[in-house]
Structure formats: structure tokens, C-alpha cells
Design a protein around this ligand. Structure first.
Ligand SMILES: Cc1cc2nc3c(=O)[nH]c(=O)nc-3n(C[C@H](O)[C@H](O)[C@H](O)COP(=O)(O)OP(=O)(O)OC[C@H]3O[C@@H](n4cnc5c(N)ncnc54)[C@H](O)[C@@H]3O)c2cc1C
Length: 393
């Protein structure tokens, strides 16, 4: 049996950052990072952006830390390896190849996976998701030989993928059940402006269309909407949200439908077992309530903090203003704060015409979120400070 001081499950940015956090405070403890993908932690966010747009896939730009970093810091990376069982009481993890790792402390960093809508034809060829490098390579290949690509969904990922493929001169449609794109994050006026931007760039918009199923014998031919329409499609990219990848701790206190519940210190109710990134359901002391974020900065920062805390040499709370960004066509939007609840009022400064503006979201008199279009990193940091101040933190 393999014995380790620290076992990190999931080699995304969350898991990779836990390793970094550990090595800041414990240079000697034995660390194993187990990851289902065959790559060291990489910039997943590039997959829907430059990686799809560029003529040759820029594999070199993807790594987050050079793989030599893991070697030089004595982190054993078992990649292309799945943890199939996780025994909390015995502190054991079983790997796909049957090996067992006994650990003193562990961190869950399995991230999230795309939601698969429960509709007919979901298993047809050319109905795909975009989560991993392999998915992105497959999408690049398929999209070159198919005439019409339909992206199902109207959120961040759907918008990014549609824009990147369209920039490659492909015929792209977005099928979305609401009347505007990004309606979950933007006020109606800004969402309408973004939607118009997609139309101007030549993306076909199938709005107010709910997915009913996919048709074809073995490979996709049409997408059927709930209103009975049939939309011809060579490839469908399903971007209907993600869910926490918690199978190995299903039916334990480490799992809930909303994520893996953790304390301010990112520790689960099992002492010595932490959870970070897309699957962590944490108390948000700044904005209030419990929160699960599925964004890069959150996974990165949580990884560093949990890594430090797990060593026992540091005890740091995770207290960050929620933040994410998106890019499509010539636009970049930064989101600071809480966008889970629709604002009761918004305030726009700047102009849509110049594509440079700030929209503040209020709940009554309380500032809850700030959207920035085409602003600098320092403006984004200033927005975080403004929100902290408004929250009295
Ligand atoms: C295409 C795309 C674009 C994005 N763009 C942005 C963006 O612009 N801005 C932004 O803020 N965020 C973006 N995100 C979200 C961001 O990438 C995620 O929030 C971040 O990757 C989460 O990191 P994580 O480490 O928690 O999980 P993940 O990145 O999901 O990594 C988890 C890893 O664990 C592995 N794993 C799962 N189960 C097991 C198991 N049982 N055994 C071993 N390994 C396992 C998975 O295979 C995966 O490699 C994007 C995401 C995608 C997919």
C-alpha cells in the first residue's frame, strides 16, 4: 500500500494550487496529485477562447505551471488516473488501476462536469461538451468538416464558444431558451446589447427555443425544439451549466447537491479533509450565505489557501469577493460580486456605443455586483474595493 501525507484528488487549477500552497509551508511532506486527465493543471479557460480560435491549437500556452515545477517540488503527479473509491474512515483512496493510497490528509479538487440534459439523442455522435483539452481538440476537428454548428445554451461558455467558432468564419447558431444571452448575469438592457452584438457578428440566434432532443441515426442531423421546430445541425455543443463532480463521496457528509460543504478554512466536516474549487460549497462571509463558484480565480485562491491550511502551519480564511470574467469577439466583461439574484435596480456609467461601461447592480440600496466592460485590471481591483467598502468589510 502507498502511504502519503497529502493526497490531492483532481489535477485542475484547484488541485494544482493546493500543491503550491502545501509547498509554501511544508517542503518535505509526501504529496500525491491524482488526476483523470493526462495533463498537468492547465489554463482551462483558454479552451473556449484562443485555443479554439487559433489556426493551430496552442498546446504550449495551456500549462499553468511547468511540469518540471512538480518534479522539482517533489509532487508525485499520477495523471491519466482516476480515484474510484474514497474511504473517509480508513483514510484510503482506491485508484482505477487497483492501487490503494493511504493518506493522512486529503483535498477534494475534482471540479465540475457539464450537465447532460435528459433528452432524446444525447448520446449521438457530434453532440459534444467542452470541458477538457480532448473535447476542444475534437471540437476543432469536427467543426472544420461540418456546415452548421449549434451551441445549446446562452451562458458564459456558450457565448465564448460561439464567438470563437464564428471568428473562424464558421456558420454558428446559438439556441437559448431565454430572449437574451447572459440573462443570468446581466440586466435586461445590457443583455440585449450583448445579444445584438452577437447578431451583428453573424451568429444566428434561436432565442426563446427550448431543447427537446437531438435527432439522427448515429450522428446528429437535427435539433428539435419544444415548440416542434427542427434545426439542422452538424455539431451541437451542449453548454447548459455544470455540476460538482462528487461521485466518489456520494452519500457522505462530504457531498450535497450544492457542492461539498466546507468551513471558512475550506475544511469539510471530516478533520483533515478539505475541498476546493468548482465543487466547494463555502460560507461567503463578505456577500453572505453559502456559495459555490465555478470560476478560475476562486479555484486558484481556494487551492492556495487550503494548501496552506492543510499543512497545519497556517490557518487562513477564504474571504474573497466573488469574481469572474469572460471574453467574446472584441469584448471583455469582468464581474465583481454576487449575480445569483437579479438586481432590483442598476446604474449604468459609460456608453454601450463605445463598448466601455460599468453597470452597478443593487438590491434595494445595497450594492451587490459590478459589471465592467473593457476596463483595466486596476479598475477591476478598484471595483472589488468599492464593493467591500459598500458591504462594510
Ligand atoms: C471551456 C471553459 C472556459 C472557461 N472560461 C473561464 C473564464 O473565462 N473565466 C473563469 O473565471 N472561469 C472559466 N472557466 C471555469 C474554470 O476553468 C473553472 O472554474 C476551473 O477550472 C475550476 O478548477 P477546479 O480545479 O476546481 O476544477 P477542474 O478544472 O474541473 O479540474 C478538476 C479535475 O479533476 C479531475 N477529476 C474529476 N474526478 C476525478 C477523479 N475521481 N479522480 C481523478 N481526477 C478526477 C477532472 O478530470 C479535472 O481534470 C472555464 C471553464 C471551461 C470548461
Amino acid at each position: 500500500m502507498i502511504q502519503r501525507d497529502y493526497l490531492i484528488i483532481g489535477s485542475g487549477i484547484g488541485g494544482g494550487s493546493v500543491c503550491e500552497g502545501i509547498r509554501q509551508y511544508d517542503k518535505k511532506g509526501s504529496v500525491t496529485l491524482v488526476g483523470a486527465e493526462t495533463f498537468h493543471p492547465y489554463k482551462r479557460w483558454l479552451l473556449s477562447k484562443q485555443f479554439l480560435r487559433e489556426k493551430t491549437p496552442a498546446l504550449k500556452k495551456l500549462p499553468y505551471l511547468d511540469e518540471r515545477w512538480y518534479e522539482s517540488h517533489k509532487i508525485e503527479a499520477r495523471l491519466g488516473t482516476v480515484v474510484t473509491q474514497f474511504n473517509i474512515d480508513r483514510r484510503l483512496a482506491v485508484l482505477g488501476n487497483g492501487e490503494t493510497i493511504e493518506f493522512k490528509k486529503a483535498c477534494l479538487a475534482m471540479g465540475s462536469r457539464p450537465v447532460r440534459p435528459q433528452v432524446a439523442g444525447i448520446g449521438l455522435g457530434n453532440v459534444i461538451y467542452l470541458r477538457t483539452i480532448r473535447d476542444a481538440l475534437a471540437l476543432r476537428e469536427m467543426s472544420q468538416s461540418e456546415k452548421l454548428i449549434v451551441v445549446v445554451g446562452g451562458g458564459l461558455l456558450a457565448c465564448e464558444v460561439a464567438a470563437s467558432l464564428r471568428l473562424g468564419k464558421l456558420k454558428v447558431a446559438i439556441m437559448h431558451r431565454h430572449q437574451t444571452l447572459l440573462n443570468r448575469y446581466l440586466d435586461p438592457e445590457t443583455a440585449a446589447w450583448v445579444t445584438e452584438h452577437f447578431a451583428k457578428q453573424g451568429v444566428t440566434l434561436l432565442l426563446g427555443s427550448s431543447l427537446n432532443g437531438f435527432e439522427g441515426k448515429t450522428v446528429l442531423r437535427n435539433i428539435q425544439t419544444k415548440s416542434g421546430e427542427r434545426v439542422p445541425a452538424g455539431v451541437a455543443i451542449v453548454a447548459c451549466g455544470s455540476e460538482p463532480a462528487l461521485d466518489i463521496v456520494r452519500n457522505t457528509p462530504l457531498s450535497s447537491p450544492l457542492g461539498s460543504p466546507v468551513t471558512d478554512y475550506l475544511e469539510t466536516e471530516e478533520k483533515g479533509i478539505y475541498a476546493v474549487g468548482d465543487l466547494a460549497f463555502y460560507p461567503d462571509r463578505l456577500m453572505g450565505g453559502m456559495r459555490r463558484q465555478t470560476h478560475w480565480e476562486n479555484a486558484r485562491e481556494q487551492g492556495l489557501i487550503a494548501g496552506a491550511n492543510i499543512t497545519g502551519k497556517k490557518r487562513q480564511r477564504y474571504e474573497q469577493i466573488p469574481y469572474f470574467w469572460t471574453e467574446f469577439f472584441d469584448l471583455r466583461l469582468d464581474f465583481v460580486g454576487d449575480f445569483n439574484v437579479a438586481p432590483t435596480r442598476v446604474q449604468l456609467t459609460g456608453s454601450y456605443a463605445k463598448a466601455r461601461f460599468v453597470v452597478r447592480h443593487y438590491q434595494g440600496e445595497k450594492l451587490r455586483g459590478i459589471v465592467l466592460c473593457h476596463h483595466s485590471t486596476s479598475d477591476v481591483e478598484a471595483a472589488k474595493s468599492e464593493l467591500r467598502q459598500a458591504l462594510g468589510k
